[in-house]
Design a binder for this molecule. Structure first.
Ligand SMILES: NC(=O)C1=CN([C@@H]2O[C@H](COP(=O)(O)OP(=O)(O)OC[C@H]3O[C@@H](n4cnc5c(N)ncnc54)[C@H](OP(=O)(O)O)[C@@H]3O)[C@@H](O)[C@H]2O)[C@@H](O)CC1
Ligand SMILES: [K+]
Length: 628
């Protein structure tokens, strides 16, 4: 399952605010979803909500309100006057007015009653936890773990990633699964619009612009701009943009003819003169000397297309640890690396791919980035940014941005942000996935016959009737039930669904060339493969017995031809009760099998075998429930 980091989640949250969606609205949805899950699983009438003073606690307070038919007690860790957020304060005040049983925990003895409840909702903290857990919060975690009662954690088990965390039975996490949550995870939608996640917004900007108070010179990135020759404005704009975007040091390596002009833009720029009126292999010594003292190189702006410039770039680029390639660095013969910032025709120049319109464009771009192991920032009316795994858009441009120089500015900004990543990563590493499970943490409890905490239950205990023998019945009406192996989906809502799958067939370079030229004996390889894929999508339930027959409303098949392989990407749309990823996978596999079938005679060796042909990397690229 794809997970999301806490900081990215906060960025999405901030993007929601940008669209006018209030945190209070999201909190209401979160608390309601949590309460639904608690009702499904409630092993008895008494529910304790252990709430911290942040928004995670706020989610718990909303849930308490939605669980009014139970005996709910809220244990607030600390004093209500110290509740940290407006949203959580408001929900506390509502519960007060409604006469809920609210208790302020002042010392650890106030937590002793926890073992008397049938279910504990752990809302001490979520993604906002920092450092090692201190004070009453630590005592609350210990008390929950010692209670022996079933625990549902809100968003994440409180304290995860620190030295002390709640051992929960189930975590109801919001929007996307967070990194490193052990055990059962239920993902609840809370109304975050796909736009807030797809389009870069203020939350994303905050991720790359924060400066540590204790950072010193150079820690916020050192950028080397290699540009200029026929033009001086382009590298100067990139360099100035890198400074404005927060880089600590910006050096420009430019031909002598323009270096004085560039230096005149700002006293903050360090300018080094190249040997001639253009970048050439003679400058390699100078550039190599500058590389170790810079975090990132931004190259290409105004360099011109002198063959010697290309030759020099072809040698420099592989030696750069991080590089942003723009404009004249995007030419055949210069390797692609790091981040490239082409517009559509530059993209075609370096990839030989004419980007198709619509959604398939995104898939093609992602496949290219993945295959080349680079990040592509495609400039356009809506900029698209992908590293092959994720794709994001930026629609904040306007027609005024078609003037010269905006691309140079963008390359400089990209360089500044790229150069700062290492420091940002270090600062955030305490929260990141790998570290989320502290050593020595008690392992997650499994459902075992002897442990009755959160085992599957029979229907809700809303009526307060004790279950036979005081224990739960091993049956869960809320689990998807299976009949003959096929999942019952009758009660699932009908929504628009979309899935994209892709895969690669590795071929000889000469075979790809024959396909490209339309010179394969059996006929048009890609046309046949496309029809084969469409047919396979429609026939999926016949091939995969447990798949439901569902109405397919659209199939798109796209091929990207690289020198020694072809990537097929299949997008499938439907309107129904279950997803279409198996259909997309079947389509991608069929497309590749058809390619293989069409070119067998070109791929076989003298013994009739296929020593190098290989189908690989078939996977679901993306799956959504609703269109953006
Ligand atoms: N993202 C979304 O879209 C949505 C997010 N939502 C929810 O918000 C949650 C994030 O909320 P959040 O940012 O307020 O942080 P949260 O986890 O409550 O923790 C802050 C509190 O913990 C305290 N504290 C921190 N470290 C501590 C320590 N080591 N030891 C002791 N105390 C410590 C800290 O105290 P302070 O450091 O300020 O003194 C503060 O009181 C998220 O997980 C989700 O549940 C939903 O409402 C809906 C939409
Ligand atoms: K929690």
């Amino acid at each position: 399952m794809r997970t999301i980091s806490p900081e990215l989640m906060r960025a999405i949250d901030a993007n929601c605010t940008y669209f006018g969606l209030l945190p209070l609205q999201l909190m209401e949805n979160a608390g309601a979803a949590l309460a639904r899950e608690a009702k499904r699983r409630a092993p008895g009438r008494r529910i304790a909500v252990v709430a911290g003073k942040g928004n995670n606690g706020g989610d718990g307070l909303v849930a308490a309100r939605h669980l009014a038919e139970f005996d709910v007690t809220v244990f607030l860790i600390g004093r209500s006057k110290d509740i940290a957020t407006e949203e959580a304060r408001r929900n506390w005040a509502i519960l007060e007015r409604l006469g809920f049983d609210l208790r302020e925990v002042r010392d650890s003895t106030d937590l002793e009653p926890l073992s008397r409840y049938d279910l504990i909702l752990d809302a001490i903290f979520g993604t906002g936890v920092k450092g090692s857990v201190r004070g009453l919060e630590a005592a609350a975690i210990d008390a929950i773990n010692a209670s022996g009662k079933p625990v549902i954690s809100v968003d994440v088990p409180s304290g995860i990633g620190t030295d002390r965390s709640v051992n929960s039975d189930v975590t109801v996490t919001f929007h996307s699964p967070k990194e490193g949550i052990p055990g059962e995870v239920v993902v609840a939608e809370i109304g975050i619009p796909p736009r807030a996640e797809f389009y870069a917004g203020p939350g994303d900007l905050a991720l790359v612009t924060g400066r540590a108070a204790d950072s010193h010179k150079g820690q916020n990135g050192r950028v080397l701009v290699i540009g200029g020759g026929p033009y001086s404005g382009a590298p100067a704009l990139s360099a100035m943009a890198a400074l404005r975007a927060g880089a600590d040091l910006v050096t420009v390596a430019a031909p002598e003819s323009v270096s004085t002009t560039i230096a005149g833009y700002s006293p903050n720029l360090i300018v080094r003169s190249l040997s001639d009126d253009h970048l050439s292999p003679e400058d390699l010594g100078l550039i190599r000397g500058l590389l170790p003292s810079h975090d990132v190189v931004v190259a290409g702006m105004g360099l011109g297309r002198h063959p010697e410039t290309r030759e020099a770039l072809a040698k420099i680029v592989p030696e750069c640890e991080r590089v942003v390639l723009d404009a004249d660095a995007l030419l055949p013969g210069i390797p692609l690396k790091g981040i490239i910032t082409p517009h559509e025709s530059e993209f075609r120049r370096v990839s030989s791919i004419k980007l198709p319109p619509g959604r398939v464009q995104r898939e093609t771009l992602m496949a290219f980035a993945r295959d080349m192991k680079i990040t592509v920032l495609l400039k356009g009316k809506v900029d698209l940014i992908t590293d092959g795994e994720t794709i994001r858009g930026n629609d904040t441009g306007n027609p005024g941005m078609t003037v010269g120089g905006t691309g140079d500015v963008l390359a400089g900004i990209a360089g500044a942000f790229y150069g700062r990543l290492r420091q940002l990563r270090r600062r955030r590493s305490g929260l990141r996935g790998e570290g989320l499970l502290p050593p020595g943490n008690r392992p997650h409890r499994e459902y075992t016959p002897g442990h009755d905490a959160m085992k599957p239950k029979r229907p809700l205990m809303n009526d307060g009737v004790e279950q036979e023998g005081g224990g739960p019945v091993r049956e869960d009406p809320y689990h998807e039930t299976s009949r003959g192996g096929m999942v019952e989906i009758t009660d699932k809502p009908q929504v628009a669904r979309w899935a994209v799958a892709s895969g690669v067939i590795r071929l000889k370079g000469s075979t790809v060339e024959s396909i490209r030229k339309g010179a394969v004996k059996k006929g048009d390889v890609l046309a046949v493969a496309r029809v084969g894929a469409i047919q396979a999508v429609k026939e999926t339930p016949r091939q995969i017995p447990m798949c439901h027959p569902i109405p397919i409303t659209g199939v798109d098949v796209e091929f990207v031809l690289l020198t020694d392989r072809i990537r097929a990407t299949v997008s499938v749309t439907s309107f129904g009760r279950t997803g279409v990823e198996m259909e997309a996978l079947a389509g991608a596999a069929a497309a590749l099998l058809n390619v293989w079938d069409m070119v067998k005679y070109l791929e076989k060796d003298g013994t009739g075998n296929y020593p190098s042909t290989c189908i690989e990397d078939i996977r679901v690229v993306e799956k959504r429930k609703e269109y953006v």
